[in-house]
Design a protein around this ligand. Structure first.
Ligand code: URA
Length: 214
């Protein structure tokens, strides 16, 4: 993947993955979807946000984070001078679980190596921000609680992994807003610190069962 340097190459690679996602029938979630939701944003984004799974509105539109959580995510981005066009936003699983239930382990274990891992390899973000516990669990295995580790970056492979609350959790519990907003502001500092010191993305693929992408 490291030969995918140009923006055009990366856009083409992401479009190919998105095409596969839209055709995917590898887990039962495909049968209930209106649209699969591969993800959206810059193919060479420095920041990649990974949520949990599409909800109702995302399933209707085929785009990530377009409901209430997405509006809040847009606000958080705007507060640090960013728009969603400057980042890449996707989810652990690409199809809506029925009734918005949690994604099941076999669904995650199928979708992550087949699509998310490849998206990370193409985009090679400098910072992966996890939104919520399912995404956090991929990069912070064996970590108990998001409330304890949110906003605490971990560096590996020249990249920063940055656990954040899920926007929906913050909307449900407004007491979390100040922490969420502080965590967002810190992202820019972290990015400035990492600079161009390493080119992430050349890490070996993870073993499929171990839910760790590094
Ligand atoms: N919640 C998520 O985790 N992802 C979305 O795309 C929308 C809501």
């Amino acid at each position: 993947m490291s030969e995918l340097k140009s923006l055009e190459d990366r856009q083409a690679a992401l479009a190919a993955i998105a095409g596969e996602v839209r055709e995917c029938q590898q887990c039962p979630l495909y049968s209930g979807r209106t649209n699969a939701v591969p993800g959206a944003g810059r193919a060479d984004a420095d920041i990649m946000f990974i949520g949990e799974a599409p909800g109702y509105h995302e399933d209707q539109q085929g785009l990530p984070f377009v409901g209430a959580s997405g509006k809040y995510l847009d606000q958080l981005l705007a507060q640090i001078g960013l728009s969603r066009e400057q980042v890449f936003i996707t989810n652990v699983v690409k199809c809506r679980p029925p009734g918005n239930r949690d994604p099941l382990p076999p669904e995650i274990d199928t979708c992550v190596p087949t699509y998310l891992k490849r998206q990370v390899e193409v985009i090679r973000p400098k910072l992966i921000a996890t939104l919520g516990r399912f995404s956090m669990a991929l990069f912070f295995p064996n970590t108990a609680r998001i409330s304890r580790i949110h906003g605490q970056p971990k560096r590996a492979n020249g990249r920063i992994y940055y656990p954040l609350f899920h926007p929906a959790a913050v909307l449900r519990n407004p007491n979390l807003r100040p922490a969420m907003e502080e965590d967002f502001k810190r992202m820019l500092t972290l990015l400035a610190e990492i600079g161009d010191e390493d080119d992430p993305g050349d890490e070996p693929p993870p073993p499929p069962r171990q839910l760790s992408l590094f």
